[in-house]
Design a binder for this molecule. Structure first.
Ligand code: PLP
Length: 392
């Protein structure tokens, strides 16, 4: 009964490990889950209050398909404030999460066989969403020695006459790497020259540490901005993963097509969540900074601990909330021939859940999320070290 389009879908690696960890927990084991891609903080109180108010005032009906004008205005003001970028309401669509903004975008711009450049390691949903829209993912391999970043020569080698778009994700899930202004300038100019649509997923924009700064590629020139669609949302910045509010900003015609698609699929993002998101952007932003500082502290502590583990090497991330260590040597030392099996062994024996890098196109690595308390993180690293000690 199934359609061809779902037969080649790869289930999300992140969700698979989370499900296994849950099963073990239900059996009574004390599992430490470092697989989740969401902040462990509660949604800030002022946002909850506005959602309650919206419900009580009866804002529980359909909204325009592309989202409330007042939310689009709040998003537009956020772009002015943070990036000095100007987007009219007609250049913004509110979607049910950044994931669905990406899905709708690929549906709106891809024809059968159009190629989309995806730097590897990549966030798990990009290639699947491209395929669902009839497109062909073209992976650009990146290397740890180059901080997992694409170069102009790697771009040149990947471009064909069928190249339609590129997906950039800075800060990156899973590597935590951030492109500098200069690097983005080179990529942006290349894409303008080759008429490649830039899809810039900036969902981790607010989670940037130490001396690093987030730069949106659309800031760099009017030509680059014209050819860029920014994807963002409140999930990671405001601890609002469950509310499902994300958005896309860019070319009016593309946004119009996406809105038309949304009118036949979601109708609109949840009305109450939209009112909450207005408060997220128009209200006090100090909580966003408090969460960032907490993540930075965890990163700095846990990174130093993790790299003391035999066989584990790791680039220090500058953003998001993941460590993406190379654990292939650790897997060998512990007697496993693949990282996938090492991750499975770690969960079975040490009851620590990581996500194998194979799901992100990086079979030598594993992803560890530090969106959990320092106490849990400390216990997890201790378990990983003991697991290695016992198996060596
Ligand atoms: N883009 C990246 C790189 C992500 O890691 C995620 C969530 O994990 C998303 C997009 C989707 O975020 P949302 O919760 O807004 O759908």
């Amino acid at each position: 009964m199934l359609a061809n389009r779902v037969s080649s879908l790869t289930p999300s690696a992140t969700l698979a490990i989370t499900a296994k960890a849950r099963e073990l927990r239900e059996e009574g084991y004390d599992v430490i889950g470092l697989g989740a891609g969401e902040p462990d903080f509660n949604t800030p109180h002022n946002i909850l209050e506005q959602a309650k108010k919206a419900m009580e005032q009866g804002y529980t009906k359909y909204t325009p398909s592309g989202g409330l004008l007042s939310l689009k205005k709040a998003v537009s003001a956020k772009f002015e404030r943070d990036q000095n970028l100007h987007y009219d309401a007609s250049e913004i669509i509110i979607c049910t999460g950044a994931k669905h903004a990406l899905y709708t975008l690929f549906q709106a711009v891809l024809n059968e066989g159009d190629e989309v450049l995806i730097p590897t390691p990549y966030w798990v949903s990009y290639p699947e969403q491209v395929k669902l829209a009839g497109g062909a993912p073209v992976f650009i391999k990146t290397y740890e020695e180059n901080e997992f970043k694409i170069t102009i020569s790697s771009l040149q080698a990947a471009v064909t006459s069928n190249t339609k778009a590129i997906v950039l994700n800075s800060p990156s899930n899973p590597t935590g790497m951030i492109y500098t202004r200069e690097e983005l300038e080179m990529i942006g100019k290349f894409c303008v020259q080759h008429n490649i649509l830039i899809i810039s997923d900036e969902i981790y924009e607010k989670l940037v540490y130490d001396k690093y700064r987030h730069v949106s590629i659309a800031e760099l020139s009017e030509d680059i901005k014209k050819q860029t669609i920014i994807i963002n949302g409140v999930s990671k910045s405001h601890a609002m993963t469950g509310w499902r509010i994300g958005y896309a900003a860019g070319d009016k015609q593309i946004i119009k097509a996406m809105t038309s698609l949304a009118s036949h699929s979601t109708s609109n993002p949840t009305s109450i969540a939209q009112y909450a998101a207005i408060e997220a952007y128009n209200g006090d932003q100090s909580v966003v900074e408090e969460m960032r500082v907490a993540f930075q502290k965890r990163l700095n502590i846990i990174y130093e601990e993790l790299i003391k583990t035999p066989g584990i090497t790791c680039l220090k991330p500058h953003g998001a909330f993941y460590l993406f260590p190379n654990v292939s040597k650790a897997a060998n030392l512990a007697g496993y021939d693949t990282v996938d099996k090492w991750v499975e062994g770690l969960l079975d024996e040490a009851k620590v859940a990581l996500v194998p890098g194979s799901g992100f196109g990086a079979p030598h690595n594993a992803r560890l999320s530090y969106a959990t308390s320092l106490d849990e993180l400390g216990r997890a690293v201790e378990r990983i070290r003991n697991f290695m000690k016992n198996r060596m």
